[in-house]
Design a protein around this ligand. Structure first.
Ligand SMILES: [Zn+2]
Ligand SMILES: [Zn+2]
Ligand SMILES: [Zn+2]
Length: 390
């Protein structure tokens, strides 16, 4: 008899399609020693719960055999020599609590930048940055290349896109590393670098369960997946939402696109491979099952301020009760095109340009109503058409 863990969202796309007879057949094929009479009193849902518990147990025993785990590490690893040349240098251990911001600044940092640190740093000091996720991860190695007017010039040496767990480093060191920012003891500095270069060359699996994905909430395991996804994303200068393409998003979220399989216990790269980095707006939309909210979010965003959920502009004098979702724009029609939407936030009136439309044949007063963004588009299109650029 399996021990029952109370499951709130037991769901399995295959099991849920089986009828009672099929489930009992499946049950007996997995657990042939079960007596059929012991299954008679179980409801179909209870049988499914038993099978889901069994899957969890099998997964846990699989993840226990970490030695021969077929790891995927998509990024080329540095050679141990890259790390040997830093032997003997002091290390500032930077313990970062804001995992997303830390990964973001590493993933979008220029090769060298200036940093104001509370303590004065000697040139040649290494800065080893670890993030407080679960498990905690070592994300970056930098070096103080110079100190000018009290500000340290930092050069990025290594971004650990292939993840390195602080717990694994500690286990190999046989010592704990600090959970706050401080200089590492000189006696362990070379050992720490030695273990890291060992793990860069032959990485160790990091097994974790991904939490229930939802917009605006994250847990420490999701943070680990988010951090590595960001380091592996090919951002050029600014972090970008992989759904809507908006740039300069400081608080990207990890959406794990794996319907119905929350809390799967997998190696971190398997989670990262299933992850999309999205802005909060897109993440809300992805997890939205309420039709009214989806319809609000799916209207075109304001070209001036990016706000979603505009009001619909109604021209003429339509019958019906006034509503907060519409603007009665009146009978005095401006020349075409009529704006279709009004931003709730900045009141910009806008429309979506149709493909066949030829907006450059507009009257001058119609042009005056276009936003600078629409005008720029228009000029670009006219330029392309006149020069036969496709
Ligand atoms: Zn987005
Ligand atoms: Zn999600
Ligand atoms: Zn607006």
């Amino acid at each position: 008899m399996l021990e029952r863990t109370r499951r709130l969202h037991g769901y399995d796309p295959v099991l849920d399609r089986m009828d009672r007879k099929q489930i009992i057949g499946h049950y007996l094929s997995l657990l042939p020693n079960t007596s059929q009479s012991s299954l008679e009193f179980k409801t179909r849902s209870e049988l499914i719960e038993d099978l889901l518990d069994l899957q969890d147990l099998q997964q846990q025993s699989q993840s226990a055999s970490r030695k021969d785990y077929p790891l995927r590490r998509p990024f080329a690893s540095s050679s141990p020599n890259d790390f040997n040349r830093h032997a003997g240098k002091p290390i500032l251990w930077c313990w970062e609590k804001d995992v997303c911001a830390t990964a973001n600044s590493l993933a979008t940092a220029e090769q060298t930048y200036e940093l104001d640190l509370p303590q004065t740093l000697e040139p040649d000091t290494l800065v080893l940055t670890a993030a407080n996720s679960a498990p905690p991860l070592i994300l970056g190695l930098e070096v103080v290349s110079g100190v000018v007017d009290g500000a340290a010039e930092i050069e990025l040496l290594e971004m650990f896109s292939n993840p390195i767990s602080v717990l694994e480093v500690e286990q190999r060191l046989g010592a704990k590393l600090p959970r706050r920012t401080q200089n590492l003891r000189p006696s362990i500095v070379d050992q720490v670098m030695g273990v890291i270069s060992e793990l860069v060359v032959s990485p160790a699996p990091i097994i974790l369960a991904a939490g229930d994905c939802d917009a605006g909430v994250s847990n420490a395991a999701d943070d680990a997946i988010l951090a590595i996804s960001m380091l592996q994303a090919d951002f050029c200068e600014e972090a970008e939402c992989q759904s809507c393409g908006r740039r300069g998003i400081s608080n990207l979220e990890a959406h794990i696109s794996r319907p119905g399989s929350d809390n799967l216990v997998l190696e971190i790269q398997d989670h990262v491979d299933d992850t999309k980095l999205v802005c909060v707006d897109c993440h809300v939309l992805i997890h939205q099952t309420d039709f009214v909210k989806v319809s609000a979010f799916s209207k075109p965003a304001c070209p001036e301020c990016g706000e979603r959920n505009p009001r619909t502009m109604l021209w003429g004098e339509p019958a019906g009760l006034p509503s907060d979702d519409v603007v009665i724009a009146g009978c005095v029609l401006p020349s075409e095109p009529l704006p279709e939407w009004q931003c709730r936030s900045c009141e910009t009136e806008y429309f979506v340009q149709k493909y066949e439309y030829e907006p450059y044949k507009l009257e001058i007063d119609a042009l005056a109503r276009l936003t600078s963004w629409q005008l720029a588009n228009l000029i670009m299109r006219k330029h392309k058409e006149e020069n036969n650029i496709t």
